[in-house]
Design a protein around this ligand. Structure first.
Ligand code: FMN
Length: 183
């Protein structure tokens, strides 16, 4: 593997961005702008995949979009790429925003916090396997692998994620607070 430079995130700060219903960035907080390495005007109006890291398996985003379009929220551990090619790991909660009157989906918000070392250690080999399967075969095959992986653990995706990121106590309170501020 290539020697990659990893940005150590400030665990007291959060990275927030918002998109329209198509995944075009409409907002980024100061920490998002700082860590991404782009200026605010370089980010706004661009598709959110501009910070996608090539190590991220396609299947995770496929599941993400299916869930968001269905109005469901989702948590994922995501590896991102900054403008200068450095990487950073975040635990991200993706949320659907709806119009109060029409109930139509108007956009999405992502709340991110530095991923714990435990979460990174757990998810790295899984993502590597999913990515290898996608390179050799296809996304359907990586979904099959992921499904089997979760079945073996006897957990649904959300339950598994709650374990991986230790989604309880302080962590839950933190995400709730962020939503109050940015939701
Ligand atoms: C609110 C929101 C935030 C997102 N944040 C990220 C992110 O931090 N990193 C990322 O790679 N993709 C993010 N995505 C997913 C991207 O839209 C995209 O699906 C992903 O980068 C994969 O690229 P692709 O769909 O072109 O394959 C986000 C999507 C939404 C709706």
């Amino acid at each position: 593997m290539m020697n990659e430079e990893i940005i150590e995130l400030d665990s007291g700060k959060y990275i927030v961005s918002k998109t329209d219903s198509k995944g075009i960035i409409t907002y980024g907080n100061d920490y998002f702008v700082e860590i991404s390495g782009y200026t605010e005007s370089e980010l706004i109006g661009q598709p959110h995949n501009m910070i996608r890291h090539p190590d991220m398996p396609k299947i995770i985003f496929k599941i993400l979009w299916e869930r968001l379009k269905g109005g469901e929220n989702m948590i994922a551990v995501v590896k991102n790429l900054s403008k200068d090619g450095r990487t950073y790991w975040v635990t991200t909660e993706f949320e659907t925003k709806r119009d109060r009157l029409t109930n139509e989906i108007t956009g999405y918000t992502a709340f991110r916090k530095a991923a714990s070392h435990k979460a990174i250690d757990e998810i790295t080999p899984l993502y590597k396997t999913l990515k290898d399967i996608e390179n050799k075969f296809d996304v359907e095959s990586s979904l099959k692998y992921l499904t089997g992986y979760l079945e073996e653990k006897n957990k649904g995706y959300d339950e598994y994620m709650d374990d991986v990121i230790e989604n309880r106590g302080i962590f839950k309170i933190f995400f709730k607070a962020m939503k109050k501020i940015f939701g």
